[in-house]
Design a protein around this ligand. Structure first.
Ligand SMILES: *Cc1c(COP(=O)(O)O)cnc(C)c1O
Ligand SMILES: [Zn+2]
Length: 418
């Protein structure tokens, strides 16, 4: 960590409401006091102060590869950051085979499934758990389709905080197993994600726990923005023309935009990439809203990509802003396209993503076919979660192994080796 980092109060000036634009100097508001729950906040920074402690040279000489190398841009004090799980510093692979096959100038895959609990959610949970700890909370709670929950539980366990987690019944077993192993109190809600979210909200208010709900707590997209800070740094501060990510609640894509925006404000990059938001055709409220002037209509949650099966997204303002403000757009892909991409990324690159993890890359392929992404353009796709979390869907994508009698003759006769 950087010794010269300014204090939280010096770096962070407060928060602005994305609806009424009112600015507050309170550092730990969850939502706008005058707009209520829909008044999602943007945390605001003093870029003049940050510019002094976040230069290319300082980053280059910093041996810390975790998200805390960007502490000046994170809304935490950071004193205990060194005690946390090692979040971030995930690889950015160039995919020469796929870029050639798809006619791109370059294709990079950011494998965020390699975070400590196996998803990009660790970036948000790390910041939230550290902030909860700094504020003296003993229990942190959230509702989640799975990954937010398991990352919250894992990161909290590391710092000795308790977690109460609300998940919808359909959460995959791998994610449930993680939660239980990390010692969370797990409530499996009989109902969909909306019902799960509503119960967690009532319980958090009733018991006074720290609220890690991604749609609401503005700290979440700040944590997630570190993925863009890393992508930019890994590309020598010349990000690709496009950056694609899959979208559920909308917090991730909001953070992806914020990260590039911060770097632009700091003068560290000279343009913000176009952001491509990707959903499944089985649950595409944002794709529909973007076509309808931003009017969001609750959608069914009818996709095997459980992490982005969010029919009533909680962070619409930040999500819709990202493609719009960056000159990007939205696209959806079928569950079949998603399963195909699980195989394609696995076979071509050795990257094993969960369905929502490979959705962005499936979206890039579709956007090329639709003429949205042009020949020769450069693209980064974010693989948001590990395929090991959801082995059932992986097997659906991959098929079955060849079952044989233990003899060479049987192997020869099987046709497996061609
Ligand atoms: C949560 C999640 C997303 C989507 O993030 P949102 O903030 O809900 O839009 C995408 N992929 C994976 C693997 C996730 O866990
Ligand atoms: Zn407001």
């Amino acid at each position: 960590m950087n010794q010269n980092t300014a204090t939280l109060r010096e770096r962070v000036t407060g928060a602005t409401c994305t609806l009424c634009r009112k600015h507050y100097t309170d550092l730990d508001l969850l939502t706008c006091p005058s707009c209520g729950e829909k008044g999602i906040l943007d945390i605001t920074f003093d870029y003049d102060v940050i510019r002094k402690s976040l230069t290319r040279e300082m980053l280059k000489s910093n041996p810390d590869k975790t998200i805390w190398r960007y502490l000046p841009l994170l809304p935490v004090e950071g004193t205990d950051a060194g005690r946390m799980l090692q979040i971030g510093g995930t690889p950015l692979y160039r995919s020469e085979r796929l870029e050639k096959a798809w006619g791109l100038g370059a294709l990079y895959i950011k494998d965020d499934g390699l975070n400590p609990t196996g998803s990009l959610k660790d970036r948000a949970s790390g910041v939230a758990v550290l902030r909860a700890h700094e504020l003296g909370y003993e229990t942190i709670s959230c509702s989640s389709t799975g990954n937010a929950a398991s990352s919250c539980a894992g990161n909290a366990a590391r710092l000795g905080l308790k977690t109460v987690i609300f998940v919808p019944e359909r959460a995959p077993e791998g994610k449930l197993a993680q939660l239980l192993i990390f010692g969370a109190k797990v409530v499996s809600v009989i109902g969909d994600y909306k019902a799960t979210f509503d119960l967690s909200k009532a319980a958090i208010e009733h018991y006074g726990w720290y609220n890690r709900n991604a749609g609401i707590n503005p700290v979440m997209s700040e944590g997630k923005k570190t993925v863009s800070l890393e992508i930019a740094e890994q590309l020598n501060f010349e990000p690709t023309d496009w950056v694609a990510c899959s979208v559920g609640d909308g917090c991730t894509i909001g953070g992806v935009y914020t990260g590039f925006k911060d770097l632009y404000e700091l003068g560290l990059i000279s343009r913000i990439p176009r952001i491509l938001g990707v959903q499944s055709t089985g649950c595409q409220p944002f794709v529909d809203a973007a076509k309808a002037d931003g009017v969001l209509i609750p959608a069914e949650e009818n996709t095997l990509a459980d992490s982005i099966a969010v029919g009533v997204p909680r962070n619409p303002v930040k999500a819709l802003r990202a493609p719009k403000a960056s000159g990007g757009t939205w696209i959806s892909v079928s569950d079949e396209d998603i399963l195909d991409m699980m195989r394609e990324l696995g076979r071509n690159e050795g990257v094993f993503g969960e369905p929502a993890g490979v959705t962005a890359t499936a979206g890039v392929k579709a956007a090329i076919a639709a003429g949205i992404i042009g020949k020769g353009e450069t693209v980064t796709t974010i693989s948001t979660g590990s395929g090991l979390k959801d082995v059932r869907n992986a097997l659906l994508a991959a098929g079955k192994p060849t079952r044989l009698e233990p003899s060479l003759a049987a192997l020869e006769a099987s046709g497996l080796l061609g």
